[in-house]
Design a protein around this ligand. Sequence first.
Ligand SMILES: CC(C)(COP(=O)(O)OP(=O)(O)OC[C@H]1O[C@@H](n2cnc3c(N)ncnc32)[C@H](O)[C@@H]1OP(=O)(O)O)[C@@H](O)C(=O)NCCC(=O)NCCS
Length: 180
Amino acid sequence: VLIRAEQPGDEAAVADLVTAAFGDRGEVAALVVALRPLARGGGASLVAEDAGGVVGHTMLTRSVLDAPPRLVDVLVLSPLAVRPDRQGEGIGGTLVRRTLEEATRLGSPAVFLEGSPVYYGRFGFVAGGEHGFRKPSLRIPDAGFQVALLPAYERWMTGTLVYAHEFWDADAVGLREPGG
Ligand SMILES: CC(C)(COP(=O)(O)OP(=O)(O)OC[C@H]1O[C@@H](n2cnc3c(N)ncnc32)[C@H](O)[C@@H]1OP(=O)(O)O)[C@@H](O)C(=O)NCCC(=O)NCCS
């Protein structure tokens, strides 16, 4: 598969793919729409494509780390989706690795995400708490709050991750108890 930047015209294919991957009612596709301007301004929106069309997608968007001396721009990897009939072929892994390369190129000190440590550990992600980071919500399990440190990282960069408001507007942070 080819990994490339999302282009105008890809939006509908990305929305279909994301909804198929998450099996939801379009909530994550709506998050993608909300995040798109942020991804274009200092982040990234990458698609994986083969002859059959768009089979994978992920985004990098700017959030901030509330470090003791000042706020630090960092990147959040979310969401990540691979078409259900193409999962398990390494497409998700290729997207994650390319995303880390892109974040490094952008000069970001760190990439944060919420996800399975088993899946993301293989790409160099560790629990954020190990480096003194605090999660943006108590509803994120400690092990699921993960970070990959990049070359621009410096040791004073500790503190709380503050998500861009788009994640809060979509109520896409952490896990919510049903019936709340
Ligand atoms: C998670 C996802 C992006 C992985 O993409 P993929 O192309 O299937 O991943 P890869 O082929 O690179 O890796 C497959 C491996 O990941 C594992 N894996 C997939 N989802 C996992 C999860 N939620 N937890 C733990 N491991 C997982 C598979 O078991 C497989 O393991 P193996 O390599 O030991 O056999 C894809 O399964 C997906 O779109 N899922 C639905 C949406 C989602 O949950 N996104 C992530 C949260 S934002």
